[in-house]
Design a protein around this ligand. Sequence first.
Ligand code: ZN
Ligand code: ZN
Length: 399
Amino acid sequence: MKLIEPILADAAAIAAIRRDIHAHPELCFQEDRTGDVIARALADWGIPVHRGLGKTGVVGIVKNGSSARAVGLRADIDALPMTEHNTFAHASRHPGRMHACGHDGHTAMLLAAARHLAKHRNFDGTVYLIFQPAEEGGGGAREMMRDGLFEKFPMEAVFGAHNWPGMPVGMVGLNPGAMMASSNEFRIVVRGKGSHAALPHLGIDPVPVAAQMVMAFQTIITRNRRPIDPGVISVTMIHAGEATNVVPDSCEIRGTVRTFSVEVLDLIEQRMRDVAQHTCAAFGAGCEFEFTRNYPPTVNHPAETEFVRRVMGEVVGPANVVAFEPTMGAEDFSYFLQAKPGCYFVLGNGDGAHRDGGHGLGPCMLHNPSYDFNDELIPLGATAWVRIAEAWLAAPSDA
Ligand SMILES: [Zn+2]
Ligand SMILES: [Zn+2]
Protein backbone atom coordinates (compact mmCIF):
# COMPACT_ATOMS: atom_id res chain seq x y z
CA MET A 1 0.00 0.00 0.00
CA LYS A 2 1.22 3.47 -0.88
CA LEU A 3 -0.07 5.54 2.03
CA ILE A 4 0.68 9.25 2.27
CA GLU A 5 3.36 9.78 4.95
CA PRO A 6 2.01 12.93 6.68
CA ILE A 7 -1.42 11.26 6.88
CA LEU A 8 0.17 8.23 8.57
CA ALA A 9 1.89 10.58 11.02
CA ASP A 10 -1.49 12.17 11.90
CA ALA A 11 -3.41 8.90 12.04
CA ALA A 12 -3.31 8.43 15.82
CA ALA A 13 -4.70 11.92 16.45
CA ILE A 14 -7.51 11.35 13.95
CA ALA A 15 -8.25 7.92 15.46
CA ALA A 16 -8.74 9.70 18.81
CA ILE A 17 -11.38 11.92 17.16
CA ARG A 18 -12.99 8.79 15.65
CA ARG A 19 -13.22 7.15 19.07
CA ASP A 20 -14.66 10.29 20.62
CA ILE A 21 -17.39 10.37 17.93
CA HIS A 22 -17.97 6.63 18.45
CA ALA A 23 -18.53 7.23 22.18
CA HIS A 24 -21.07 9.99 21.44
CA PRO A 25 -23.30 8.67 18.63
CA GLU A 26 -26.15 10.81 17.34
CA LEU A 27 -29.18 9.80 15.24
CA CYS A 28 -30.61 11.19 11.99
CA PHE A 29 -30.70 15.01 11.87
CA GLN A 30 -29.57 15.24 15.51
CA GLU A 31 -25.84 15.25 14.76
CA ASP A 32 -25.19 18.55 16.59
CA ARG A 33 -22.24 17.49 18.71
CA THR A 34 -20.76 15.51 15.80
CA GLY A 35 -21.16 18.56 13.57
CA ASP A 36 -19.42 20.70 16.21
CA VAL A 37 -16.49 18.27 16.38
CA ILE A 38 -16.16 18.27 12.56
CA ALA A 39 -16.54 22.06 12.21
CA ARG A 40 -14.06 22.78 15.00
CA ALA A 41 -11.45 20.46 13.48
CA LEU A 42 -11.88 21.98 10.00
CA ALA A 43 -11.68 25.53 11.41
CA ASP A 44 -8.52 24.63 13.36
CA TRP A 45 -6.95 23.55 10.09
CA GLY A 46 -7.93 26.80 8.37
CA ILE A 47 -10.76 25.31 6.29
CA PRO A 48 -13.88 27.48 5.72
CA VAL A 49 -17.01 25.71 6.96
CA HIS A 50 -20.65 25.93 5.87
CA ARG A 51 -23.23 24.43 8.24
CA GLY A 52 -26.96 23.74 8.15
CA LEU A 53 -27.52 22.03 4.78
CA GLY A 54 -29.83 19.10 5.50
CA LYS A 55 -30.24 20.56 9.00
CA THR A 56 -27.02 19.16 10.52
CA GLY A 57 -24.81 18.78 7.44
CA VAL A 58 -21.33 20.33 7.34
CA VAL A 59 -19.43 21.29 4.18
CA GLY A 60 -15.71 22.13 4.28
CA ILE A 61 -14.22 24.08 1.37
CA VAL A 62 -10.55 23.70 0.39
CA LYS A 63 -9.57 25.92 -2.54
CA ASN A 64 -6.25 26.30 -4.27
CA GLY A 65 -4.96 28.05 -7.39
CA SER A 66 -7.21 29.68 -9.97
CA SER A 67 -9.09 26.81 -11.59
CA ALA A 68 -12.91 26.85 -11.42
CA ARG A 69 -12.96 23.07 -11.34
CA ALA A 70 -14.34 21.28 -8.27
CA VAL A 71 -14.94 17.82 -6.88
CA GLY A 72 -16.94 16.54 -3.88
CA LEU A 73 -16.01 13.89 -1.32
CA ARG A 74 -18.72 12.61 0.99
CA ALA A 75 -18.78 11.03 4.44
CA ASP A 76 -21.96 10.10 6.32
CA ILE A 77 -21.94 11.03 10.02
CA ASP A 78 -25.01 9.52 11.74
CA ALA A 79 -25.44 6.53 14.08
CA LEU A 80 -28.11 3.83 14.51
CA PRO A 81 -30.90 3.47 17.09
CA MET A 82 -29.49 0.33 18.76
CA THR A 83 -27.61 -0.48 21.95
CA GLU A 84 -23.89 -1.28 21.73
CA HIS A 85 -22.75 -4.59 23.28
CA ASN A 86 -19.05 -3.62 23.37
CA THR A 87 -17.57 -2.54 26.70
CA PHE A 88 -14.20 -1.18 25.51
CA ALA A 89 -13.26 2.37 26.51
CA HIS A 90 -14.73 4.16 23.50
CA ALA A 91 -18.05 2.24 23.47
CA SER A 92 -21.21 4.33 23.19
CA ARG A 93 -22.09 6.36 26.30
CA HIS A 94 -25.74 6.35 25.21
CA PRO A 95 -27.92 3.21 25.42
CA GLY A 96 -30.05 2.96 22.27
CA ARG A 97 -27.52 4.76 20.06
CA MET A 98 -24.51 3.23 18.35
CA HIS A 99 -22.07 3.84 15.51
CA ALA A 100 -22.67 0.31 14.19
CA CYS A 101 -22.24 1.22 10.51
CA GLY A 102 -18.84 2.89 10.84
CA HIS A 103 -19.96 6.39 9.93
CA ASP A 104 -17.67 7.57 12.76
CA GLY A 105 -14.84 6.09 10.71
CA HIS A 106 -16.06 7.59 7.44
CA THR A 107 -16.08 10.98 9.18
CA ALA A 108 -12.54 10.39 10.48
CA MET A 109 -11.18 9.35 7.06
CA LEU A 110 -12.55 12.51 5.46
CA LEU A 111 -11.23 14.69 8.31
CA ALA A 112 -7.76 13.18 7.88
CA ALA A 113 -7.95 13.91 4.15
CA ALA A 114 -9.19 17.46 4.83
CA ARG A 115 -6.23 18.18 7.08
CA HIS A 116 -3.78 16.95 4.47
CA LEU A 117 -5.46 18.76 1.57
CA ALA A 118 -5.48 22.04 3.53
CA LYS A 119 -1.83 21.71 4.54
CA HIS A 120 -0.32 20.59 1.23
CA ARG A 121 -2.72 21.96 -1.44
CA ASN A 122 -1.23 19.91 -4.23
CA PHE A 123 -4.10 20.66 -6.64
CA ASP A 124 -5.67 23.47 -8.67
CA GLY A 125 -9.39 23.92 -7.97
CA THR A 126 -11.78 23.25 -5.10
CA VAL A 127 -12.40 20.19 -2.98
CA TYR A 128 -15.75 20.12 -1.20
CA LEU A 129 -15.78 17.95 1.92
CA ILE A 130 -19.39 16.86 2.42
CA PHE A 131 -20.24 15.61 5.93
CA GLN A 132 -23.75 14.31 5.39
CA PRO A 133 -26.29 13.59 8.14
CA ALA A 134 -29.06 11.00 8.32
CA GLU A 135 -27.93 8.24 5.97
CA GLU A 136 -29.69 5.59 8.09
CA GLY A 137 -33.23 6.14 6.79
CA GLY A 138 -33.52 9.93 6.93
CA GLY A 139 -32.37 10.66 3.38
CA GLY A 140 -29.84 13.27 4.52
CA ALA A 141 -28.29 13.33 1.04
CA ARG A 142 -31.65 14.31 -0.48
CA GLU A 143 -32.15 16.98 2.21
CA MET A 144 -28.72 18.51 1.55
CA MET A 145 -29.64 18.68 -2.15
CA ARG A 146 -33.00 20.28 -1.35
CA ASP A 147 -31.10 22.91 0.62
CA GLY A 148 -29.00 23.68 -2.45
CA LEU A 149 -25.83 21.61 -2.00
CA PHE A 150 -24.98 21.45 -5.70
CA GLU A 151 -26.06 25.04 -6.44
CA LYS A 152 -24.10 26.58 -3.56
CA PHE A 153 -21.13 24.32 -4.21
CA PRO A 154 -21.05 23.45 -7.92
CA MET A 155 -18.95 20.34 -8.46
CA GLU A 156 -18.21 18.18 -11.47
CA ALA A 157 -18.39 14.84 -9.70
CA VAL A 158 -18.93 13.35 -6.26
CA PHE A 159 -17.41 10.30 -4.60
CA GLY A 160 -18.47 8.21 -1.58
CA ALA A 161 -17.13 5.17 0.24
CA HIS A 162 -18.24 2.66 2.85
CA ASN A 163 -16.22 0.32 5.02
CA TRP A 164 -16.97 -3.34 4.30
CA PRO A 165 -16.55 -5.95 7.06
CA GLY A 166 -15.33 -9.36 5.95
CA MET A 167 -13.22 -7.87 3.15
CA PRO A 168 -9.51 -7.61 4.11
CA VAL A 169 -8.06 -4.17 4.83
CA GLY A 170 -6.26 -3.01 1.69
CA MET A 171 -8.94 -4.27 -0.67
CA VAL A 172 -11.34 -2.04 -2.58
CA GLY A 173 -14.64 -3.14 -4.14
CA LEU A 174 -16.55 -1.36 -6.89
CA ASN A 175 -18.78 -1.81 -9.89
CA PRO A 176 -19.44 0.31 -12.97
CA GLY A 177 -23.23 -0.05 -12.47
CA ALA A 178 -25.51 -0.94 -9.56
CA MET A 179 -23.89 -1.19 -6.11
CA MET A 180 -27.02 -1.20 -3.96
CA ALA A 181 -30.75 -1.55 -4.51
CA SER A 182 -33.67 0.83 -4.32
CA SER A 183 -35.67 0.35 -1.15
CA ASN A 184 -39.45 0.77 -1.22
CA GLU A 185 -42.44 -0.07 0.96
CA PHE A 186 -46.05 -0.85 0.18
CA ARG A 187 -49.25 -0.90 2.23
CA ILE A 188 -52.48 -2.30 0.81
CA VAL A 189 -55.82 -2.41 2.58
CA VAL A 190 -58.51 -4.76 1.24
CA ARG A 191 -61.86 -3.31 2.30
CA GLY A 192 -64.46 -6.09 2.55
CA LYS A 193 -67.60 -6.42 4.62
CA GLY A 194 -67.64 -8.10 8.03
CA SER A 195 -70.11 -10.86 8.84
CA HIS A 196 -70.71 -13.87 11.07
CA ALA A 197 -68.14 -16.51 10.09
CA ALA A 198 -70.95 -19.07 9.83
CA LEU A 199 -72.79 -16.85 7.34
CA PRO A 200 -69.95 -15.66 5.06
CA HIS A 201 -72.33 -15.18 2.10
CA LEU A 202 -73.67 -12.09 3.89
CA GLY A 203 -70.27 -10.38 3.86
CA ILE A 204 -67.25 -9.83 1.62
CA ASP A 205 -64.32 -11.74 3.15
CA PRO A 206 -61.05 -9.77 2.59
CA VAL A 207 -58.82 -12.73 3.59
CA PRO A 208 -59.10 -14.82 0.39
CA VAL A 209 -58.77 -11.60 -1.61
CA ALA A 210 -55.50 -10.83 0.19
CA ALA A 211 -54.32 -14.43 -0.31
CA GLN A 212 -54.94 -14.21 -4.09
CA MET A 213 -53.08 -10.94 -4.20
CA VAL A 214 -50.00 -12.24 -2.34
CA MET A 215 -49.70 -15.18 -4.76
CA ALA A 216 -50.32 -12.98 -7.81
CA PHE A 217 -47.54 -10.57 -6.76
CA GLN A 218 -44.96 -13.31 -7.24
CA THR A 219 -46.08 -13.69 -10.87
CA ILE A 220 -44.84 -10.11 -11.39
CA ILE A 221 -41.37 -11.42 -10.53
CA THR A 222 -41.67 -14.63 -12.59
CA ARG A 223 -43.87 -13.51 -15.53
CA ASN A 224 -43.54 -9.71 -16.00
CA ARG A 225 -40.01 -8.80 -14.91
CA ARG A 226 -37.30 -9.69 -17.41
CA PRO A 227 -35.49 -12.70 -15.92
CA ILE A 228 -32.11 -10.94 -16.22
CA ASP A 229 -33.22 -7.91 -14.14
CA PRO A 230 -32.92 -8.38 -10.37
CA GLY A 231 -36.04 -7.60 -8.33
CA VAL A 232 -37.62 -8.73 -5.07
CA ILE A 233 -41.18 -8.43 -3.75
CA SER A 234 -41.55 -9.57 -0.13
CA VAL A 235 -44.91 -9.48 1.63
CA THR A 236 -43.83 -9.31 5.25
CA MET A 237 -47.01 -8.44 7.18
CA ILE A 238 -50.65 -9.53 6.83
CA HIS A 239 -53.04 -8.31 9.48
CA ALA A 240 -56.77 -9.16 9.72
CA GLY A 241 -59.33 -10.39 12.16
CA GLU A 242 -59.86 -10.56 15.91
CA ALA A 243 -61.98 -13.70 16.47
CA THR A 244 -62.37 -17.19 14.99
CA ASN A 245 -66.09 -16.70 14.41
CA VAL A 246 -66.01 -13.29 12.75
CA VAL A 247 -65.24 -12.55 9.08
CA PRO A 248 -63.11 -9.39 9.34
CA ASP A 249 -64.09 -6.35 7.36
CA SER A 250 -60.58 -5.48 6.22
CA CYS A 251 -57.13 -6.95 5.71
CA GLU A 252 -53.84 -5.04 5.57
CA ILE A 253 -50.86 -6.27 3.57
CA ARG A 254 -47.40 -4.69 3.86
CA GLY A 255 -43.93 -5.41 2.59
CA THR A 256 -40.87 -4.26 0.68
CA VAL A 257 -39.71 -4.09 -2.95
CA ARG A 258 -36.01 -3.97 -3.97
CA THR A 259 -34.64 -3.37 -7.46
CA PHE A 260 -31.38 -2.24 -9.06
CA SER A 261 -33.04 0.02 -11.63
CA VAL A 262 -35.80 2.63 -11.71
CA GLU A 263 -37.28 0.97 -14.85
CA VAL A 264 -37.85 -2.34 -13.04
CA LEU A 265 -39.22 -0.44 -10.05
CA ASP A 266 -41.71 1.43 -12.29
CA LEU A 267 -42.85 -1.89 -13.77
CA ILE A 268 -43.26 -3.59 -10.38
CA GLU A 269 -45.15 -0.68 -8.82
CA GLN A 270 -47.54 -0.42 -11.79
CA ARG A 271 -48.20 -4.17 -11.91
CA MET A 272 -48.73 -4.37 -8.14
CA ARG A 273 -51.23 -1.53 -8.34
CA ASP A 274 -53.13 -3.25 -11.19
CA VAL A 275 -53.13 -6.66 -9.47
CA ALA A 276 -54.29 -5.16 -6.16
CA GLN A 277 -57.07 -3.01 -7.63
CA HIS A 278 -58.40 -5.61 -10.06
CA THR A 279 -58.22 -8.48 -7.56
CA CYS A 280 -60.22 -6.42 -5.07
CA ALA A 281 -62.70 -5.46 -7.81
CA ALA A 282 -63.14 -9.09 -8.86
CA PHE A 283 -64.30 -9.96 -5.34
CA GLY A 284 -66.37 -6.80 -4.81
CA ALA A 285 -63.94 -5.41 -2.25
CA GLY A 286 -62.49 -1.91 -2.04
CA CYS A 287 -58.77 -1.27 -2.37
CA GLU A 288 -56.34 1.21 -0.84
CA PHE A 289 -52.89 1.06 -2.40
CA GLU A 290 -49.87 3.01 -1.11
CA PHE A 291 -46.39 2.61 -2.54
CA THR A 292 -43.56 4.61 -0.96
CA ARG A 293 -40.21 4.93 -2.70
CA ASN A 294 -37.44 5.36 -0.15
CA TYR A 295 -33.86 5.34 -1.45
CA PRO A 296 -33.29 4.98 -5.22
CA PRO A 297 -30.79 2.39 -6.47
CA THR A 298 -27.14 3.34 -6.01
CA VAL A 299 -25.79 3.23 -9.57
CA ASN A 300 -22.19 4.18 -10.34
CA HIS A 301 -21.22 6.10 -13.46
CA PRO A 302 -18.87 4.02 -15.65
CA ALA A 303 -16.22 6.69 -16.40
CA GLU A 304 -15.91 7.81 -12.77
CA THR A 305 -15.77 4.17 -11.65
CA GLU A 306 -12.94 3.51 -14.09
CA PHE A 307 -11.23 6.62 -12.68
CA VAL A 308 -11.50 5.31 -9.08
CA ARG A 309 -10.31 1.88 -10.19
CA ARG A 310 -7.19 3.46 -11.69
CA VAL A 311 -6.46 5.79 -8.75
CA MET A 312 -7.08 3.09 -6.12
CA GLY A 313 -5.02 0.63 -8.15
CA GLU A 314 -2.06 2.96 -7.64
CA VAL A 315 -2.74 3.09 -3.88
CA VAL A 316 -3.43 -0.59 -3.07
CA GLY A 317 -2.22 -2.36 -6.23
CA PRO A 318 -4.52 -3.20 -9.17
CA ALA A 319 -5.04 -6.81 -7.98
CA ASN A 320 -6.61 -5.50 -4.77
CA VAL A 321 -9.32 -3.52 -6.57
CA VAL A 322 -12.03 -6.13 -7.10
CA ALA A 323 -15.56 -6.37 -8.49
CA PHE A 324 -18.19 -5.82 -5.81
CA GLU A 325 -21.21 -8.11 -5.86
CA PRO A 326 -24.17 -5.70 -5.58
CA THR A 327 -26.24 -6.03 -2.42
CA MET A 328 -29.99 -5.54 -1.94
CA GLY A 329 -29.25 -3.07 0.87
CA ALA A 330 -29.72 0.63 0.12
CA GLU A 331 -27.74 3.86 0.51
CA ASP A 332 -28.77 7.50 0.11
CA PHE A 333 -25.59 8.42 -1.80
CA SER A 334 -27.86 7.23 -4.64
CA TYR A 335 -29.44 10.72 -4.68
CA PHE A 336 -26.05 12.34 -5.31
CA LEU A 337 -25.36 9.84 -8.13
CA GLN A 338 -28.69 10.72 -9.76
CA ALA A 339 -27.66 14.39 -9.82
CA LYS A 340 -23.90 14.18 -10.50
CA PRO A 341 -21.43 11.79 -12.08
CA GLY A 342 -19.56 9.81 -9.47
CA CYS A 343 -18.66 6.53 -7.88
CA TYR A 344 -19.44 4.79 -4.59
CA PHE A 345 -16.98 2.13 -3.52
CA VAL A 346 -16.20 -0.04 -0.50
CA LEU A 347 -13.03 -0.43 1.55
CA GLY A 348 -12.34 -3.71 3.39
CA ASN A 349 -12.77 -3.35 7.18
CA GLY A 350 -11.20 -6.74 8.00
CA ASP A 351 -12.60 -9.73 9.89
CA GLY A 352 -13.16 -8.06 13.27
CA ALA A 353 -9.83 -9.06 14.88
CA HIS A 354 -8.91 -5.35 15.15
CA ARG A 355 -11.44 -4.76 17.91
CA ASP A 356 -10.22 -3.80 21.39
CA GLY A 357 -10.87 -6.23 24.25
CA GLY A 358 -14.41 -5.88 25.53
CA HIS A 359 -16.19 -6.39 22.24
CA GLY A 360 -19.30 -8.54 22.38
CA LEU A 361 -20.06 -11.86 20.73
CA GLY A 362 -20.95 -12.15 17.09
CA PRO A 363 -19.38 -11.07 13.83
CA CYS A 364 -18.14 -7.60 13.07
CA MET A 365 -20.83 -7.01 10.46
CA LEU A 366 -22.43 -3.64 9.85
CA HIS A 367 -25.45 -3.00 12.14
CA ASN A 368 -24.20 -5.69 14.57
CA PRO A 369 -24.08 -4.61 18.26
CA SER A 370 -20.46 -5.84 18.49
CA TYR A 371 -19.23 -3.97 15.42
CA ASP A 372 -16.39 -1.46 15.50
CA PHE A 373 -14.76 0.53 12.70
CA ASN A 374 -11.16 -0.47 12.01
CA ASP A 375 -8.82 2.49 12.72
CA GLU A 376 -6.26 0.96 10.35
CA LEU A 377 -8.55 2.18 7.57
CA ILE A 378 -8.14 5.86 8.49
CA PRO A 379 -4.80 6.43 6.69
CA LEU A 380 -5.91 4.28 3.73
CA GLY A 381 -9.29 5.98 3.38
CA ALA A 382 -7.70 9.43 3.76
CA THR A 383 -5.03 8.59 1.18
CA ALA A 384 -7.81 7.43 -1.15
CA TRP A 385 -9.67 10.74 -0.76
CA VAL A 386 -6.55 12.86 -1.30
CA ARG A 387 -5.46 10.89 -4.37
CA ILE A 388 -8.98 10.96 -5.85
CA ALA A 389 -9.24 14.74 -5.36
CA GLU A 390 -5.74 15.44 -6.68
CA ALA A 391 -6.14 13.14 -9.69
CA TRP A 392 -9.60 14.48 -10.53
CA LEU A 393 -8.48 18.09 -10.49
CA ALA A 394 -5.30 17.26 -12.44
CA ALA A 395 -7.11 15.36 -15.19
CA PRO A 396 -8.47 17.12 -18.30
CA SER A 397 -12.04 18.24 -17.56
CA ASP A 398 -13.56 15.99 -20.22
CA ALA A 399 -12.02 12.89 -18.58
ZN1 ZN B 1 -25.94 1.37 7.92
ZN1 ZN C 1 -23.53 2.89 6.57
